[in-house]
Design a binder for this molecule. Structure first.
Ligand SMILES: [Zn+2]
Ligand SMILES: [Zn+2]
Length: 362
């Protein structure tokens, strides 16, 4: 709803005659006769009229200023639908009462599913075992033995709540609390159903198949609507939340939709250029290595990361190049490398180090 003062283009402290003038001007401007076939003007005309209706009435204007709604305040608490509603409006439902309006909704339940990264990439159907409360089919969830009916609660007389006037520094405050005897239901079960012992629900272990969409990440929660605990006395069922654990992968690390892995490049290929194989989720992918490649350089494969959850396409796969120094050299290889070092004027081997130390002491 738009602000009535803004609609009329007047200040919040505008005197009544100014409001009247503003209204007349705007009403003429947006009148349907002046704007035939213009739905926007018609809508605006309605808003202007509504704003004037509130701001031209001192009581309505005062309510609107205080509560943001002309019907509140002095118009009476009845508009809120009872004292407990007023409490829930102001205190976030702390004074209950609201729970009495409909049959109790069932609690949400939680299950866990563990996936590999490969499964998370393509999605999976998983059987989930859930222990939950379902409506008792002997009493149809009422809790009363078939053929019997509950009676009105003797403590609260059927209202479901007990009221107390408490003295506080703000004066006397009326508090409403859920009736402890009937739990707010306003009635008591006189002949409890033998199957569920009057609870209306029985515990079962159920197996259901959950479809896990491609692209889910570790820590995500899927909501399976209506598969949580059954509600109380015919109330709506809660939801089942499935927590997703994606096991760490030995090759890939994940960041959002992107994946990263290390790509080993032999020293010779790093120096001379060539082809190496880079792991991807599907296969080993040949990639070109430029001559003179260094450790720490990256290769990016677009569209080879994780699929975007509920979206299109995939993230990228980033390969971090790591130049590998050989450790298992044969005599011939050592000889070749020493020749190579000599050509480059590089001193190799431990003798070189001793030479340096000797030089330092001479
Ligand atoms: Zn039962
Ligand atoms: Zn009661």
């Amino acid at each position: 709803m738009s602000d009535h003062y803004a609609t009329l283009g007047v200040a919040r402290d505008a005197p009544p005659d100014e409001i009247k003038r503003a209204y007349r001007k705007l009403a003429r401007q947006f009148h349907p006769d002046a704007n035939p076939g213009d739905p926007e003007a018609a809508e605006h005309f309605k808003e202007v009229n509504r704003a004037y209706e509130v701001l031209s009435d001192p009581q309505k204007r005062s309510n609107y200023d205080t509560f943001g709604d002309e019907r509140a305040g002095a118009a009476g608490f009845s508009d809120f639908g009872g004292i407990s509603d007023l409490f829930s409006t102001f205190f976030g439902g702390a004074a209950t009462g609201a729970s009495r309006r409909g049959p109790g909704r069932g609690a949400d339940t939680l299950a866990e599913v563990e996936l590999t990264l490969e499964e998370a990439a393509v999605g999976a159907d998983r059987e989930v075992e859930v222990t939950t409360l379902v409506s008792c089919d002997v009493c149809a969830g009422s809790g009363s033995e078939p053929g019997t009916w509950p009676s009105r609660c003797s403590d609260c007389g059927g209202t479901g709540e007990t009221r107390q006037v408490r003295r506080t520094v703000f004066g006397n405050v009326m508090t409403a609390a859920t009736c402890p005897r009937c739990g707010g239901r306003g009635e008591e079960i006189t002949s409890p159903c033998k199957n569920c012992r009057g609870r209306g629900r029985v515990q079962v272990t159920d197996t259901l198949t959950v479809q896990i969409p491609p692209g889910v990440d570790d820590g995500a929660q899927l909501r399976v609507s209506g598969r949580g605990e059954a509600g109380l006395r015919g109330g709506r069922s809660g939801d089942l939340y499935v927590a997703i654990n994606v096991r760490p992968h030995e090759v890939f690390r994940r960041a959002g939709d992107d994946l990263a892995c290390e790509v080993t490049v032999p020293m010779t290929i790093a120096a001379l250029g060539g082809t190496v194989e880079m792991p991807t989720l599907e296969e080993l992918e040949p990639i070109e290595i430029e001559p003179g490649t260094q450790s720490g350089q990256v290769v990016r494969l677009r569209g080879r990361g994780m699929p975007r959850l509920g979206g299109r396409g995939r993230g990228e796969l980033v390969g971090l190049l790591k130049v590998e120094t050989p450790t298992d050299l044969s005599d011939e290889e050592v000889e070749l490398l020493e020749r190579f070092a000599k050509l480059r004027g590089e001193r190799t081997g431990q003798r070189g180090l001793f030479d340096k130390i000797k030089e330092a002491f001479q």
